[in-house]
Design a protein around this ligand. Structure first.
Ligand code: ZN
Length: 187
């Protein structure tokens, strides 16, 4: 019977990383993790992306600080494909996220944390899906309105039409002259 092997195949890409972790225990042992996770393991993230192809480069260092706070320092790097909200063409977005999370066992303990930390609330000792921690941080780093850095469409092409006018309001152009320009072309 070879049925079992079909379950193994999807995890080959990230065999170096454990699927589930016990963050408190890893902090006590001072463990470091370094490996890759397929974007396909992060459905909450990939629903905002154009596809789920590619991997996240994951580095995590677990430790305790000098006053005994368990923490995880993470760096997650990925190239993801999103749709530019201006020209509606796909574009690659380079994500490079640094995080410093302190583990706390309840919401009440968040207030006592040193301010360099973001809280990582773990209310029980259940194993944590490693990919979900990485996924949360990547989701937070996504731009609200992804757009090409260069001007991918001339002004007149996206300042007329109802949809585009909505977009401009969300956009908040940095230059007041850009706003004036769009008003002029509308009338
Ligand atoms: Zn564009």
């Amino acid at each position: 019977m070879f049925y079992g092997f079909s379950y193994i195949i999807p995890s080959i890409m990230h065999q170096k990383l454990p699927k589930e972790i016990d963050p408190f225990r890893l902090a006590q042992t001072g463990l470091k993790l370094d490996g890759e996770l397929p974007l396909a393991t992060m459905p909450r993230l990939t629903k905002s992306l154009q596809n789920d192809e590619g991997v996240v480069n994951v580095k995590m260092a677990f430790d305790m600080d000098e006053i005994g706070t368990p923490y995880m320092r993470g760096n997650f790097i990925a190239s993801v494909s999103v749709i530019c909200e201006r020209c509606m063409e796909p574009m690659m977005l380079d994500l490079d996220v640094d995080c410093l999370l302190a583990m706390v066992s309840s919401e009440r303990k968040v207030e006592g944390l040193a301010e360099q930390y973001d809280p990582w609330i773990l209310e029980n000792n259940d194993p944590v899906l490693l990919s979900s921690v990485v996924e949360d941080e990547l989701i937070l780093s996504l731009p609200l309105v992804p757009r090409h850095e260069e001007v991918c469409l001339p002004d007149e092409a996206w300042s007329v039409g109802d949809d585009e006018n909505e977009l401009i309001e969300v956009d908040k152009p940095t230059s007041p002259f850009a706003v004036l320009e769009t008003l002029k072309t509308k009338h």
